[in-house]
Design a protein around this ligand. Structure first.
Ligand code: ADQ
Length: 468
């Protein structure tokens, strides 16, 4: 079997026995272990004299490099996270564009391709991840790299009307067409891409679903990312760590708890969620003193301005809710601006009566899937899920809400807390079935199978498009 080369913005080597890594990292490591290969990308460090480091663990070689300060500012902080991230999440109002940053973004992609080239064997298969690396395949082709290259977009792909707000969109998406296979989380994303190719790029969409534009022909498919549901269930069952005292009354009675876990990002709908919770306590006062909400949201990308603003805004709303509604023996909202390790999170999911996952836009949202998988089958909690999370396609048995509808969310919380056991079980079974049918292994294996069989790809794409 040909070697696999994974290219992603960040690389974090996994050492044996390290249980803190997220599911996605573990899934990609498994793929690398199966065929042997390289994981290549940035190590998260910024330095004056960027260096490349190599570390081999088993049959996987991690090749990581630092970024210079201008590269970090322009490629990472600038075009990736201040232009592409907001636009791809439908927040043109938060996006800024600077030509120099775009040039930096292209320059870093070219530099990465150059550093990778000498490490490649002719039959290696390359799997590139996410929006930081859209022009990476084009940079590789320019250097004469002829290997098969696939790309997976973890975030949403927006409608062309939104995308064209990016001034160099044509240049950017011309370079995107050099991939052999482009994977999306949902059919909505794939259709938006197809729309862009036919309406903006003057390309063609063949009857079998394959695409051509700017002299390139390539494929696009839908590969919803999953979790390992039974592994999470086992972890949740065997969790013996710290039990939260949140939710306990002074007499030791247990209150019902709601849980949300996110990176602190404006796409996650945190402010709207806090406001909906406040509305819920106002509108359904019988729940006061009987419910507590735990929000875990560690700061991310704290050196990007919009992230500083959302953090401040959230602190204000959290303070407002607690200031208004708390009592001497009851704090309605616990906002933890910190990270918790994975095992503790899974343990918390198990104990919470409601998982509240209400992003304004999300490629998939693995937290929704992890919450369901961690439930006790005999007494499962209820997932309240935004219709704008990719996960809502598969988890249609959740209580689906519109995060812009404050009262609608408040009503869904009331319904979730009152839901009879039989209905909770039915919804849980339905969702577990969906999680098992499209788990993390299926995501990885179908993408790699399609990439490896590129050339025979037309049939595959048509089949996959029909399936979602
Ligand atoms: P993220 O935006 O980071 O990922 P998400 O899918 O929710 O969003 O989380 C990824 C992982 O990080 C999950 O395993 C989750 O448990 C963990 N995580 C999230 N918040 C955490 C916290 N506060 N503390 C500890 N762990 C936390 C991007 C896209 C998503 C897409 C994923 C995978 O934005 O839409 O689902 O990639 O493709």
């Amino acid at each position: 079997m040909s070697r696999l080369v994974v290219v992603s913005n960040r690389v974090a080597p996994i050492r044996q026995g390290k249980a803190t890594a997220g599911g996605l990292a573990v899934g990609l490591h498994d793929a690398l272990r199966q065929s042997g290969g390289i994981w290549f990308g940035w190590n998260g460090e910024v330095s004056k004299r960027p260096e490349t480091a190599c570390e081999t663990i088993g049959n996987i070689t991690y090749v990581t490099l630092d970024l210079s300060k201008p590269d970090y500012d322009q490629y990472y902080r600038g075009f990736s996270n201040a232009t592409l991230w907001p636009v791809f999440h439908y927040r043109i109002d938060l996006a800024r564009y600077c030509r120099k940053e775009y040039e930096g973004y292209r320059r870093v992609n070219a530099m990465l391709a150059e550093k990778l080239k000498p490490l490649l064997r002719p039959d290696d298969i390359l799997w590139v991840h996410d929006y930081h690396l859209i022009p990476f395949a084009a940079a590789c082709r320019q250097l004469g790299i002829g290997n098969r290259i696939g790309f997976f977009l973890h975030i949403p792909f927006p409608a062309p009307e939104v995308l064209t707000a990016i001034p160099p969109h044509e240049d950017l998406f011309r370079s995107f067409c050099y991939y052999d296979l482009i994977g999306f989380q949902t059919e909505t994303d794939r259709l938006a891409f197809q729309d862009y190719i036919s309406r903006e790029a003057g390309g063609r969409v063949e009857a079998d679903g394959s695409l051509s534009a700017y002299g390139q022909s390539f494929c696009a498919g839908v590969y919803p990312i999953g979790v390992m549901p039974d592994e999470i269930r086992r972890q949740a069952e065997s969790y013996r760590g710290r039990r939260p005292i949140i939710g306990l009354t002074t007499e030791g009675r247990r209150r019902k708890t709601l849980i949300s876990v996110d990176r602190l990002d404006y796409s996650k709908g945190l402010v709207e969620r806090f406001q909906a919770y406040e509305r819920f306590l106002e509108h359904f006062p019988e729940h006061r003193h009987n419910v507590e909400f735990i929000q875990i949201a560690p700061t991310s990308r704290s050196d990007v301005k919009t992230y500083q603003a959302i953090r401040k805004q959230l602190e204000t709303v959290a303070g407002h809710v607690n200031g208004r509604l708390s009592d001497l023996d009851w704090t309605p909202l616990h906002y933890l601006n910190k990270s918790l390790d994975r095992r503790t999170l899974i343990g918390l999911f198990r104990t919470a009566n409601v998982g509240l996952v209400t992003p304004l836009r999300d490629g998939m949202n693995l937290v929704a899937k992890e919450y369901v998988a961690a439930q006790n089958p005999a007494d499962p909690g209820v997932l309240v899920l935004s219709r704008f999370a990719g996960a809502a396609r598969e988890l249609s048995a959740a209580l689906i809400v519109n995060p812009y509808d404050c009262l609608g969310m408040a009503e869904a919380l009331d319904r979730a807390l009152r839901m009879p056991l039989e209905e909770r079980k039915e919804r849980y079974e339905d969702m577990m079935q969906a999680l098992r049918a499209a788990d993390l292994n299926a995501w990885r294996d179908t993408f790699l199978r399609d990439l490896r069989s590129f050339g025979r790809h037309r049939v595959v794409t048509a089949r996959r498009a029909a399936a979602f």
